[in-house]
Design a binder for this molecule. Structure first.
Ligand code: IDP
Ligand code: MG
Length: 138
């Protein structure tokens, strides 16, 4: 079993899509092992997106992700990291297939509703960033 971090980004909360997004993962059969509504400060956002520091979209990205509350969700499944990435859909809107979260609900490369960890190592790091150990089910 593997765990991964999903964030419903501020646009998803604003658009009242939290339930819809969580529901897709639940129906698929992933196990919910942690969840919280949090308005991230800049320090948390900068750590979360540290890998993108220096890229042209980084400043705007940190502004966006700190612009409102997000829902942090910890999910468990076999191959959870890749499974979630597949269900999220591609970054480029023209490549996000119908049936994926991005492919069904957004055409915006930045305001794209969801974050999902992109490797097992990053999942572990990100889960530790967003959740205390006692906030996750054993
Ligand atoms: P991912 O979310 O599919 O893993 P990343 O390349 O890790 O994509 O980028 C992180 C986030 O940064 C994206 O989800 C999106 O919100 C934002 N982003 C990425 N590339 C661009 C861009 O070219 N313009 C604006 N925002 C971008
Ligand atoms: Mg990424």
């Amino acid at each position: 079993m593997e765990r991964t971090l999903v964030l419903v980004k501020p646009d998803g909360v604003e658009r009242r899509l939290v339930g819809e997004i969580l529901s897709r993962f639940e129906r698929r059969g992933l196990r919910l092992v942690g969840m919280k509504l949090v308005h991230p400060d800049r320090a948390l956002a900068e750590r979360h997106y540290a890998v993108h520091a220096g890229k042209p979209f980084y400043g705007e990205l940190v502004n966006f992700i700190t612009g409102g509350p997000v829902v942090a969700i910890a999910l468990e499944a076999e191959d959870a990291v890749r499974l979630v990435r597949t269900m999220m859909g591609a970054l480029r809107p023209s490549e996000a297939l119908p049936g994926t979260i991005r492919g069904d609900y957004t055409t915006d490369v930045q305001r794209n509703l969801v974050h999902g960890s992109d490797s097992a190592d990053n999942a572990a790091t990100e889960l530790a960033l967003w959740f205390r150990p006692d906030e996750l089910l054993p």
